[in-house]
Design a protein around this ligand. Sequence first.
Ligand SMILES: CC(C)(COP(=O)(O)OP(=O)(O)OC[C@H]1O[C@@H](n2cnc3c(N)ncnc32)[C@H](O)[C@@H]1OP(=O)(O)O)[C@@H](O)C(=O)NCCC(=O)NCCS
Length: 90
Amino acid sequence: MDFIIAYPDEKTAFIGFFMTAASIQNTGIGSNIIDDLCRYLTDIRLSSIRLGWVKSNPQAEHFEHKNNLKETGITYDTDNYTVVVAQRVL
Ligand SMILES: CC(C)(COP(=O)(O)OP(=O)(O)OC[C@H]1O[C@@H](n2cnc3c(N)ncnc32)[C@H](O)[C@@H]1OP(=O)(O)O)[C@@H](O)C(=O)NCCC(=O)NCCS
């Protein structure tokens, strides 16, 4: 996990990239990590978590929706792909 605390504002944490090993994907570990992290961030009084996924990656999109991350409407373009920014209110 590429994790930035207090970005883009003091009450938000941002996950730039998140990946679990292929051999253990789809066993609930990714969702457990997100839930544990959200509980901790709530304890230290942050109010939201943001995450970006590469547009047209249905695996990532389904996972983020399952974990209550909703599109903010913000996207940004790199040379090779578009990143969709989603947020979960804690
Ligand atoms: C997306 C990812 C982080 C999820 O982690 P995980 O440990 O597999 O997650 P969980 O087991 O808690 O969740 C499973 C959900 O992830 C998605 N998923 C995981 N592996 C998948 C696969 N091989 N094909 C399709 N969807 C998959 C599904 O939405 C699944 O939901 P379901 O149970 O309703 O089918 C992981 O699959 C991964 O590292 N993918 C490659 C990198 C990536 O796309 N990262 C995106 C965030 S930047």
